[in-house]
Design a protein around this ligand. Structure first.
Ligand SMILES: Cc1ncc(COP(=O)(O)O)c(C=O)c1O
Length: 400
């Protein structure tokens, strides 16, 4: 993998001396993606799937091509099993609200979920009377398959869990989880926001029933996500929103809902963003997901070595860099995580994330009031890591 050539494809890297280590929030965009967005606005800024004129046809073709690319990227035969959403959260909500859970039904999650797989269950517990159960992970957030098996009870109608944690970087053995859940007749929804950008996700092999991801964390334009579901389940899933685009003929008293994926894509969409998806995924495919994963582990290992002597530094998550995906979450005794992030940016232009990372219950249950998180991606190189770790050593020595 030629990182220097990759860096040359990203204008924010070419044009700035700052270092971006917040890709777990949103990735940078390569030229090919930005050019595709510009092309949409310069050449055919129309709406897809409705008008029959040539600009609209160009949009519809672009949307279809991106949907086909999603199916190829995630190794699934039917592109119609992929709906475009504005982000991962929207997909998670469509499934939660449309799945048909009733009073007394339970959903099983884990104790390290992002709010996108947490808030709606609490809302539905209040509004519908569902039960929300979660299986505990270790103190470091490592998933325990035996605990998962023990957590399955008769009332569990859906398992919904993060494939990779945005805090600890730990992954769940999704294939095994799906097999166990299916043995109990329970479908599985996975939040792939932090997995899909960093590893090969083969939906056919995983046999998972629903899978959502943030395409904006995978080089695609901001505000695009995807929701995958097996066709028989998508047919039964109720759309969360009504409106144009999701129906065939309507009368004053009745509607005829379109088949998936249209029934989940109400109103005009973020066409420039969706069209950019094809170029983003092509870029990732060209580099290779396995290569990207290996590169991130190499950088994580380097970060770990360079920071192991910092007094008072503790990692949030497992010590083994290979278990942490692309994230390095940490605290330094005596320093607030937001202060660390501000100092890194102000002193050396290194941008990281801080706070509770939308996973409040995890932090509250561990008695930690947040952490700093540096996340790397295919365009970060060893010089980025060096600047980050050298600054961190300086900050710890001076202020901690
Ligand atoms: C694990 C996880 N799930 C869901 C989300 C939400 O993604 P989105 O902003 O695309 O809705 C994030 C965002 O960081 C995440 O890390």
């Amino acid at each position: 993998m030629d990182v220097q050539s990759i860096r040359g494809d990203f204008p924010t890297i070419r044009n700035s001396k700052s270092i971006y280590m917040d890709s777990a929030c949103q990735s940078l965009k390569p030229d090919c993606v930005i050019e595709s967005v510009m092309r949409y606005y310069n050449e055919f800024p129309a709406c897809g799937g409705r008008s029959v004129h040539s600009m609209a046809t160009s949009v519809s073709i672009g949307v279809d091509e991106s949907r086909e690319k999603l199916a190829e990227f995630f190794n699934y035969d039917d592109p119609n099993c992929f709906a475009f959403t504005k982000n991962c959260t929207e997909g998670m909500n469509i499934i939660a609200h449309g799945f048909g859970l009733r009073k007394g039904d339970a959903v099983l999650t884990t104790d390290v979920e992002h709010n996108s797989n947490h808030v709606q269950w609490i809302q539905m517990a209040e509004d519908v009377g569902i039960r929300r159960r979660y299986c505990r992970t270790s103190e470091e957030g490592v998933f325990d398959i035996e605990e998962f098996k023990r957590s399955i009870s008769k009332d569990v109608k859906l398992v919904s869990l993060g494939h990779v944690s945005n805090v600890t970087g730990c992954s769940v053995p999704l294939k095994e989880v799906v097999e166990i859940a299916h043995d109990h007749g329970i479908p599985v929804l996975a939040d792939g926001a932090q997995a899909a950008p960093h590893m090969r996700v083969d939906l056919k092999d995983l046999d998972v029933d629903f899978y959502c991801a943030s395409l904006h964390k995978m080089l695609a334009p901001s505000g695009v996500g995807m929701m995958f579901g097996k066709m028989d389940l998508l047919k039964k899933l109720k759309p969360m929103m009504g409106g144009g685009g999701i129906v065939g003929l309507t009368t004053y008293d009745s509607i005829k809902v379109s088949p998936p994926p249209e029934k989940f894509e109400a109103g005009l969409s973020n066409y420039s963003g969706i069209i950019g998806v094809k170029f983003a995924l092509e870029y990732l495919q060209k580099v290779g997901m396995d290569e990207i994963g290996k590169h991130e582990t190499m950088l994580q290992t380097k970060i770990q070595k360079a920071t192991e002597d910092i007094r008072g530094l503790s990692i949030v998550g497992p010590d083994d860099p290979a278990l942490r995906g692309g994230v390095f979450s940490f605290n330094i005794d005596g320093l607030n995580s937001h202060d660390i992030a501000m100092m890194l940016d102000n002193m050396g232009g290194v941008m990281i994330r801080s706070g509770m990372h939308c996973a409040h219950p995890f932090f509250v249950s561990r008695g930690i009031d947040g952490c700093a998180r540096a996340s790397v991606y295919l365009y970060n190189d060893e010089s980025d890591v060096d600047r980050f770790t050298q600054l961190l050593v300086k900050i710890a020595e001076t202020f901690a």
